[in-house]
Design a protein around this ligand. Structure first.
Ligand code: ADP
Ligand code: MG
Length: 259
């Protein structure tokens, strides 16, 4: 092996580039005078399903947006490899919190999923056969292919969430971020979401999911980041879900037994 150090080093670095974690370094975010995030330092690794948890107003959505470059940080950096994550938007699929989506938007399920292909196709070009195939495969993967001609606004919350998951799959991204995808969804949708998060992680993708609920489904996460304006704990699930951490984050309002 040591005979060809230069080519093998080259191969290692080329392969590793696709698997770089997101590194958040000393990030703070202000909204006017409100300090929403204070000195956040963490890494989000590929190959795992990472949950971002914490009480209402803890800054979970803000942290996701700071990672994606959708809110300005007042201090710190968010990098993957050498470059800001905000400059890698073409590699990111993001499904915002439901309340931030305009449900009256007059689009069909198919239109929404095809939006995931816009970066590959360009807005004003016709979608290629392979783009259409990707979109159909994504709809099939979430069990929504028979709804393709329905207006998105007429679906149930769970069905809508599965369509947005399909759009993110059609994007063929490296980084998948979901903000409270389980709110208002049925059990079937929850099962589909967790199954696909696992598949994406197994494919070596970065999967970061904001989750308000600390119920049984928390066991689907490998790693957790527990947030309350600053990081309370971050690491393997069992380590984070200790009662002293939860008390610090939720102020004694939760009674959760670690699975
Ligand atoms: P979470 O997602 O954990 O519920 P958020 O990130 O939405 O928390 O909010 C964190 C804090 O920042 C809250 O106090 C919230 O009211 C405030 N906040 C969020 N977005 C804005 C905004 N656009 N302008 C001003 N304050 C905001
Ligand atoms: Mg939120």
């Amino acid at each position: 092996m040591a005979d060809f150090p230069i080519p093998s080093l080259h191969l290692v670095s080329a392969g590793a580039a696709a698997l770089q974690p997101i590194r958040v370094n000393h990030v703070s975010v202000h909204y006017r005078h409100l300090l929403a995030l204070e000195d956040i330092t963490l890494a989000v690794y590929p190959g795992r399903v990472t949950g971002l948890i914490g009480p209402n107003g803890a800054g979970k959505s803000t942290l996701l947006k700071a990672i994606l470059g959708l809110v300005a940080v007042s201090e710190g950096t968010v990098l993957r490899g050498e470059r800001p994550v905000a400059d890698q938007r073409d590699r990111i699929a993001y499904v915002p919190q439901r309340s931030q989506i305009d449900w009256l938007y007059p689009a069909t399920v198919w239109d929404v999923v095809m939006m995931g292909r816009v970066k590959q196709a360009g807005w004003f070009r016709r979608f290629s056969a392979s783009s259409r195939q990707q979109a159909l495969a994504a709809l099939e993967r979430v069990g929504m292919e028979s709804f393709r001609d329905r207006p998105i606004g007429e679906l149930s919350g769970g069905q809508q969430q599965r369509v947005f998951l399909a759009r993110s799959l059609a994007q063929e991204a490296d980084i998948f971020c979901f903000d409270e995808p389980f709110v208002g969804v049925d059990q079937k949708t929850e099962a589909v979401l967790f199954k696909i998060f696992r598949e994406l992680a197994d494919q070596g993708k970065i999967v970061l999911v904001v989750n308000h609920d600390l119920g049984e489904s928390i066991t689907h996460f490998d790693h957790l980041i527990l947030l309350n304006r600053s990081i309370v704990a971050s690491g393997p699930r069992q380590q984070v879900l200790k009662s002293d951490n939860l008390t610090r984050a939720y102020g004694g309002q939760v009674n959760f037994h670690v699975a």
